[in-house]
Design a protein around this ligand. Structure first.
Ligand code: CTP
Length: 416
């Protein structure tokens, strides 16, 4: 973990409310920690419907405060948290929290804490443009500005969850960090201090498609570009891991420091993974392994006019399920699989849950096929034994960090 940075020694209470932008609070927490801050997460009841408490406790290393009435807590939680804070930031801030802050309500932990704070308080609103435009919200914003105790950062203009555009989108985490640094009088550092939370771990990552030969020039394949697996390898190396990357046929540049093994078919991928796995702490199976291969690959090219009547296929072994089976009751290696699905969010998550149990793995990263395939962005859900967490639509590099955050948690749990 970081010991220096522009926010070193600062304690920041990160309030999160129930908005679709809640996933960005996870990135904000990471950015603050990278700069040396201690981040104390406070979630409203609505926030926990979007991002699980375990995600925030995992990233911040702090207990998530969500219940003002927690009998385990000795003293007054809202007072104690407010006193520890050098700054309180609420990102995202819903119209509801904005109204409660403007009128001095104290009906949950976060509202009471804001009322109690002597430190700067910064709200990052996120709501539909029509809500932001509503006279009641305008009046609340004007009232807050008039009181002079609480600052706003944003909102920004752009697409909101409904697909419509306008003013109401939460500003990006980087902009919130800059606003925090400005209020705490810290000068921004040019590059964020790197987390090295994977040092000492050996990760095996698979990436790309496999190709199943029909004849010397043709194959069965899929549209996987390998970008996700390569992003994972790049970020894992940057976070200190030793990485072996088993790659199907892709045109991606090898990230510096990675040991790369190139394979073509599913059977080759299985062999390469089986020899790379002994001693590995975790496998992240991002490859799109072909489920079937032709029973016979012709040794000579099939000529026009001599097409076979039918292509007979046989199922490939399920590499991940095989490793899950072989692991048995052991807790290492940590196994992370992917699921690429079509259909709506509920279907994607339900399929991922089924695959997690069937393949006996710790985590399934579920992707919606129409966004993930070939593109630079993706939208994933992290499906583990207890919850399905939406990570949101973001670059594959940021998604890779979110997947690695959860992998670090699993590695720590499997050691205890
Ligand atoms: N996988 C694997 N070996 C296979 C097929 C898939 O190891 N022969 C792995 C993938 O790398 C991924 C996970 O299993 O991590 C899920 O892959 P996916 O293609 O989504 O699921 P399938 O098991 O193929 O199931 P289905 O075809 O029903 O979607």
């Amino acid at each position: 973990m970081t010991v220096s940075g522009s926010l070193h020694g600062k304690t920041i209470v990160l309030g999160v409310t129930g908005s679709i932008a809640a996933f960005k609070a996870v990135i904000l927490a990471r950015r603050l920690i990278e700069r040396g801050a201690t981040v104390l997460p406070v979630l409203t009841a609505g926030a926990t419907r979007f991002v699980g408490a375990v995600t925030f406790s995992g990233i911040t290393g702090q207990k998530v405060a969500a219940d003002m009435w927690d009998p385990e807590f000795a003293g007054e939680m809202h007072v104690a948290l407010a006193e520890r804070a050098d700054l309180v930031v609420v990102a995202p801030t819903t119209a509801d929290l904005l109204a409660r802050a403007a009128t001095g309500r104290a009906d949950d932990l976060l509202a009471a804490l804001i009322l109690c704070a002597r430190s700067p308080v910064l709200l990052a609103p996120a709501m539909h443009p029509r809500m932001w435009d509503h006279p009641a919200v305008r009046a609340n914003v004007a009232s807050l500005r008039g009181q002079g105790r609480i600052d706003l950062v944003g909102p920004a203009s752009g697409a909101v969850a409904s697909g419509e555009s306008g003013l109401g989108r939460m500003v990006e985490p980087e902009e919130i960090v800059r606003a925090i640094e400005a209020r705490l009088g810290s000068s921004p550092v040019p590059a964020p201090v790197q987390l090295h939370d994977l040092s000492g771990y050996r990760l095996v990552i698979s990436a790309g498609p496999t190709q199943e030969a029909i004849d010397p020039v043709r194959f069965l394949g899929n549209r996987s570009s390998g970008k996700m697996g390569f992003a994972l390898a790049t970020r894992a190396i940057a976070r200190g891991a030793e990485v072996t990357l088993v790659a199907g046929p892709v045109s991606q540049t090898t990230p510096s420091g990675v040991i790369r093994i190139d394979v073509t078919s599913a059977l080759e991928m299985k062999g390469a993974l089986e020899s790379a796995m002994p001693g590995a702490d975790a496998l992240i199976m991002a490859a799109a392994v072909a489920d079937f291969r032709p029973v016979h690959a012709s040794a000579i090219k099939w000529k026009k006019g001599h097409a076979p009547q039918a292509l007979q296929l046989v199922e490939n072994p399920d590499v991940l399920a095989g490793l899950g089976e072989a692991r048995g009751e052991a807790r290492r290696p940590v196994l992370v699989g992917f699921a690429l699905e079509t259909g709506d969010r509920e279907h994607v998550i339900a399929e991922a849950r089924g695959k997690r149990v069937r393949k006996k793995v710790d985590l399934i990263v579920a992707n919606a096929a129409h966004i993930a395939l070939g593109g630079d962005d993706t939208e994933v859900f992290l499906v583990d034994e207890t919850e399905a967490t939406a990570v949101g639509h973001m670059s594959k590099s940021d998604s890779a960090d979110a997947i690695l955050d959860r992998t670090v948690q699993l590695l720590k749990q499997s050691a205890s």
